[in-house]
Design a protein around this ligand. Sequence first.
Ligand code: DCC
Length: 203
Amino acid sequence: MSADSRLLPSYADLSIASPAERRSFNALVDALRDAQEAVTRSRPSESAARRAAALLSEAAELLGEGVPDSEQLAGRLWDEPGRAQALAPPLYIDDVDGTSARGRVTFSRFHAGVRTVHGGALPLVFDEIMGRLATTSGKPFARTAHLTIDYRAGVPVDTEVEVFARVKRVEGRKLFLSSELCLDGTVLTECQGLWVQIREDPR
Ligand SMILES: CCCCCCCCCCCC(=O)SCCNC(=O)CCNC(=O)[C@H](O)C(C)(C)COP(=O)(O)OP(=O)(O)OC[C@H]1O[C@@H](n2cnc3c(N)ncnc32)[C@H](O)[C@@H]1OP(=O)(O)O
C-alpha cells in the first residue's frame, strides 16, 4: 500500500469514532455552522463584535492544534449530512445506489452572493453528491477531474432545493456524471462532471 493510498477516504472510516464521539463532534460542527450564519446575518455593536470574537477565539484555543488529518473526524463521517464539516452546506442524501443519487440542501446567507446563492458555493454541493455517487456501491475511490456548471436561474437562500445526480457512462477509470439542482421541478443549476478512479499503482 502506498503512503498516498493510506490517506484515501474509505467507508471503513465510519468506525473511527464511537457513537458518543460522533454525536458530540456533530454537535460541535452544527454550532460552527450556526456561528458562521450568525456572523453573516449580524450587524453587531462594536462591543458585541469584540466579545463574540473573543468567545470564538477561546473555542479555537480549547480545540488546540488538532490531530493529523488521518485522525480527524471533520469530513469523514460519510453518513452524516455534510460529512461533519462546515465547508459545504449540509447535504441530506436520501437515496444513493450504483447509478443515481437524490438529496436535499438548504443554503443560508453564509453561502449567499448578492441575494442568491454564491456561484462558487453551488459546485460544493455538486462535488458532494457526485463524489458520493462516484465512490459508492464498492467502486474504487475516484477524484474530481472536471466540472462544468450552467447557472440557469438564481438559487434562493433559506429554501430547501432538491439535488439529483446520475452516472451517464463509464469508460475505464473515467466516470461521466451529471447533476442538477431543482426547485419545484425547475432546474436552477446543472453540472456535468468527470471523476477519475485512482490508479492502483500511483506513479
Ligand atoms: C469513502 C468515500 C466517500 C466519498 C464522499 C466524498 C464526497 C466529496 C468528494 C470530493 C471529491 C474531490 O473534491 S477530489 C479533490 C479535487 N480533485 C483533485 O484534487 C484531483 C486532482 N487531479 C488528480 O489527482 C489527477 O489529475 C486525476 C486523479 C484526476 C487523474 O490522474 P491520473 O490517475 O494520473 O489519470 P490520467 O492518466 O491523467 O487521466 C486518465 C484519463 O482521464 C482523463 N482526464 C484526466 N483529467 C481530466 C480532465 N481534467 N478533463 C478531461 N479528462 C481528463 C485523461 O485524458 C485520461 O483519459 P484517457 O486517455 O484514459 O481516455
